[in-house]
Design a protein around this ligand. Structure first.
Ligand code: ADP
Ligand code: MG
Length: 351
């Protein structure tokens, strides 16, 4: 696969022969990734990401912005109608060009995914312990069923459940417990990268906090990389080191998590941040405000900047001129024409 056929997103950085990485490559480097469903639905358009071991990257955006497509693309778990271009370098090795055997080894052990919606991702007719043991048996030819079951019990304890819950069926567990089981499964083969797609969205606030702290602790203890996906910028700002904000399949803003949350440079980042104020944070006392409208259907993207129809500060030129990510102060980048004219874009109300 090549990264040369698309024009969206920044050019991959000029580097020597990428097939032979020199030195220590980052844990994950995504370059100019595009995903098009059925030849006509560009759900991910020219995305670049980078995650180091021990680093937590948050990906934010409303429903329909391409977050799950991006997550599934990382391990080539998308349906056959999805065409991918670009590079997904896991420890320097391109997932997009891997042979099936290698890809099977990388799934779970190299990187694993905690899917959106634990109830639907667990098999209703199998005990959860057996479901955790399955990838262990699949990935380790020497593992016996008894050893895999024992390891499943240990993993359950690691995520705060008694080992005896291995005997339970999914319907016998609460939503929070099921999500813990999903996390135990994701840890089963000691992955170096964990992708968590809306891991707490279906949970109530107290359980949400417990699951987030659990994920944080596991990432810190095991020095793995984390990609956490959510529509809730406040949750990501609390949990992650860096944030990428996606809109209509592209990253429109990125930078240190707390900075992006506190003072986003892209109007979409500001809208998301205003929609999810952090409880008890005096810096975010402004009332939550919704953003009118919905993200565009990727099959019918508006011209110019895809955010312009909803943008409270759009210029006339935004209807025709698209914007690339550009330096936006410090370690931040944003894809907005107003980044170059900060004085003109301060429309944020404090009400
Ligand atoms: P998010 O996770 O941010 O809500 P998704 O990645 O699920 O976004 O979806 C992004 C866009 O891709 C949506 O417009 C969705 O309708 C479309 N899409 C997702 N999966 C498929 C598919 N299998 N076939 C066609 N279009 C899809
Ligand atoms: Mg999703």
């Amino acid at each position: 696969m090549t990264a040369t056929t698309t024009t969206t997103g920044p050019e991959p950085s000029a580097s020597p022969d990428l097939s032979k990485p020199v030195g220590d490559p980052p844990l994950l480097e995504v370059r100019n990734l595009t995903v098009t469903y059925g030849g006509t639905v560009p759900a991910v358009r020219g995305v670049d990401l980078r995650v180091e071991a021990g680093q937590k990257l948050g990906i934010a955006g409303e429903s329909g912005c391409g977050k799950s497509t991006l997550a599934l693309a990382l391990l080539r778990l998308l349906p056959a109608t999805a065409k991918l271009t670009g590079e997904i370098l896991l420890d320097g090795e391109d997932v997009l060009t891997m042979k099936w055997g290698r890809l099977r080894a990388v799934r779970w052990a190299g990187a694993s995914i905690v899917f959106q919606g634990a109830m639907h991702s667990l098999n209703a007719v199998h005990r959860v312990g057996d479901q955790i043991a399955e990838p262990i048996l699949l990935h380790n030819a020497k593992a016996t069923p008894a050893a895999a079951r024992k390891r499943a019990g240990e993993l359950l304890e690691q995520v705060g459940l008694p080992a005896a819950r291995a005997q339970a069926y999914p319907h016998e567990l609460s939503g929070g417990q099921r999500q813990r089981v999903m996390i135990a499964m994701a840890l089963a083969c000691d992955p170096r990268l964990i992708v968590a797609d809306e891991p707490t969205t279906a949970l109530d606030v107290m359980i949400q906090a417990q699951i987030l702290r659990l994920i944080e602790r596991l990432v810190a203890d095991q020095d793995v990389g984390l990609i956490m996906i959510s529509h809730d910028l406040a949750v990501l700002a609390d949990t992650c080191d860096r944030l990428s904000v996606m809109y209509a399949g592209r990253v429109v803003e990125e930078g240190p998590a707390r900075q992006v949350y506190a003072e986003a440079r892209h109007p979409y980042g500001r809208a998301l941040s205003a929609a999810f104020p952090r409880i008890g944070d005096p810096a975010s006392r402004r009332a939550p405000r919704g953003l009118p409208g919905d993200p565009p259907d990727p099959a019918a993207l508006p011209g110019g900047c895809t955010f312009h129809p909803r943008c409270p500060v759009a210029l006339d030129s935004c209807a025709t001129e698209d914007q690339e990510l550009r330096e936006a102060g410090g370690e931040r980048r944003a894809a907005c024409v107003l980044v170059d004219a900060p004085a003109a874009d301060d429309s944020r109300s404090t009400s």
